[in-house]
Design a protein. Structure first.
Length: 143
C-alpha cells in the first residue's frame, strides 16, 4: 500500500531475505522471536511449541526459505475461492487498511472477521474462536 504504514509493519519481511537472518533470529536463545511472540500475546506454551520446531538452524532456514522463494509478487487476478479473513485488531504486522483491503481481490463469498484485542497470532491467542470461525466457514462452503 502506498501509505507506507503497511510497509513499516511488514519491514521484517525484507530482513528475512538477508542470508544472515537465521542466525540473528536464533541468537540469544531466539530472543527476538520470543519477544515478538510474547509481545503479540502468544502464550508461553505456544512459543515453546513453535521454537521446538523452528528453533534450530536447519528448520529456521527452511522457514525463511518461504520468504526468500516468493520472488517478485505477480498479479494473481481475482481469487475465486470462498474466503474467510480472520484479523486481530491488535495485529502489529497487518494493519486494518491492508486487512480490510483484501476483500477487493476476492471474487467469491468473502467474510472479514475482526477479533478485538487479538494480535497477529490469532490461532495461538484465541484458538477456540478461530476454530469456530473456520468450522462455520467450511460448513457454509463444503468442498
Amino acid at each position: 500500500m502506498p501509505d507506507g504504514e503497511q510497509a513499516h509493519r511488514s519491514r521484517h519481511h525484507k530482513e528475512f531475505l538477508d542470508p544472515g537472518a537465521g542466525p540473528r533470529l536464533l541468537a540469544d536463545d531466539a530472543k527476538w522471536l520470543r519477544t515478538r511472540l510474547s509481545n503479540s500475546g502468544v502464550p508461553d506454551a505456544a512459543i515453546a511449541a513453535h521454537l521446538s520446531v523452528i528453533g534450530n538452524p536447519p528448520a529456521m532456514e527452511a522457514a525463511l526459505a518461504w520468504y526468500r522463494a516468493r520472488g517478485e509478487r505477480q498479479p494473481l487476478g481475482p481469487i475465486a475461492v470462498p474466503t474467510l479473513y480472520v484479523w486481530g485488531d491488535a495485529d502489529d504486522t497487518v494493519g486494518r487498511a491492508a486487512a480490510e483491503g483484501t476483500g477487493e481481490f476476492i471474487a467469491a463469498p468473502y467474510r472479514f472477521e475482526a477479533l478485538s484485542g487479538v494480535g497477529h497470532y490469532a490461532a495461538d491467542q484465541v484458538p477456540e474462536r478461530v476454530t469456530a470461525l473456520l468450522l462455520e466457514h467450511l460448513g457454509r462452503h463444503p468442498i
